[in-house]
Design a protein around this ligand. Structure first.
Ligand SMILES: N[C@@H](CCC(=O)N[C@@H](CS)C(=O)NCC(=O)O)C(=O)O
Length: 256
């Protein structure tokens, strides 16, 4: 690595960005965090030399669409600059960090246990991360009062932007990109119970929330943290094993 500290580019309140932050902290890497404005962040990381994605990396309802594919091509955060390397996407960041900093591995050494963690990690990245994003965006259809502290404070900090005006504006754009509308909120919420059960089962099986936290814990817990901003979901989450995982990995910040 060169003499420069690694830099992680993020946006405010992002569950995906928190995953990368947690993995860097797990490795004990001393890094600099740069918060980019939500909206132009994709273009900004491209200007910073990150390549974006040649093929789409995100789906809504099992498919990609033109706007989402375009956003994926431009590029997502977290985006990590580490020496000469520029790494985007938590799936790549996890493996990159395990190569660069082998101590405190993010995956178990045993191949069967590793496969189980990778399965949970892939689901957390490809399915649960988007579901959590859409469910919380759906709450903003009813105004910010449906969110804890109007989305301004919580486990992940201020969602989308510290300013409420910008948060409202950005959530409108994000609802379009991720196809969230009054017609699908009930279905999205209806799918959540099964997802939380799946997480509880992985915890029960020792794949998640074991003695050593792993890459799948760091992908999944921030999405639970995002869901916890929805006031109507707080008790449902708190009553589950998934609630203990989020309390351990992404605790509520201390009130000043
Ligand atoms: N699953 C990927 C995707 C990350 C992702 O979706 N990042 C969002 C922020 S939460 C983003 O950069 N979105 C750009 C956009 O939609 O324009 C990962 O975990 O790295």
């Amino acid at each position: 690595m060169g003499s420069k500290r690694p830099t992680l580019y993020v946006i405010s309140g992002s569950h995906a960005c928190r995953t990368a932050m947690l993995m860097l902290e797990h490795k004990g890497v001393d890094y600099r965090r740069v918060v980019l404005p939500t909206g132009p962040h994709g273009l900004l990381v491209q200007v910073l030399g990150f390549p974006g994605n040649r093929t789409p990396i995100r789906q809504v309802d099992g498919a990609t669409h033109r706007m989402l594919a375009m956003l994926d091509r431009v590029g997502t955060v977290p985006a990590l600059r580490y020496g000469e390397h520029r790494v985007q996407h938590n799936h790549e960041i996890a493996r990159f960090l395990d190569r660069e900093v082998p101590e405190s591995p993010l995956f178990p050494a045993d191949s069967k246990r590793r496969a189980a963690v990778e399965e949970a990690e892939a689901w957390g990245d490809e399915v649960f991360q988007m579901a959590a994003r859409r469910i919380v965006l759906a709450a903003s259809l009813h105004g910010l009062d449906a969110l804890r502290n109007r989305g301004g404070k919580g486990r992940l900090g201020a969602l989308l932007a510290p300013s409420e005006m910008l948060r409202r504006f950005a959530s409108r754009g994000a609802r379009m990109s991720f196809r969230v509308n009054p017609g699908n909120e009930t279905r999205l919420l209806g799918e959540l119970g099964g997802m939380l059960e799946r997480i509880d089962a992985w915890i029960e099986a020792g794949v998640l929330n074991g003695d050593e936290l792993n890459a799948a814990d760091y992908v999944i817990a921030p999405s639970i943290a995002l869901l916890s901003y929805r006031l109507d979901l707080q008790s449902q989450i708190g009553a589950r094993a998934a609630g203990a995982l989020v309390d351990r990995v992404v605790p509520e910040p201390r009130e000043d």
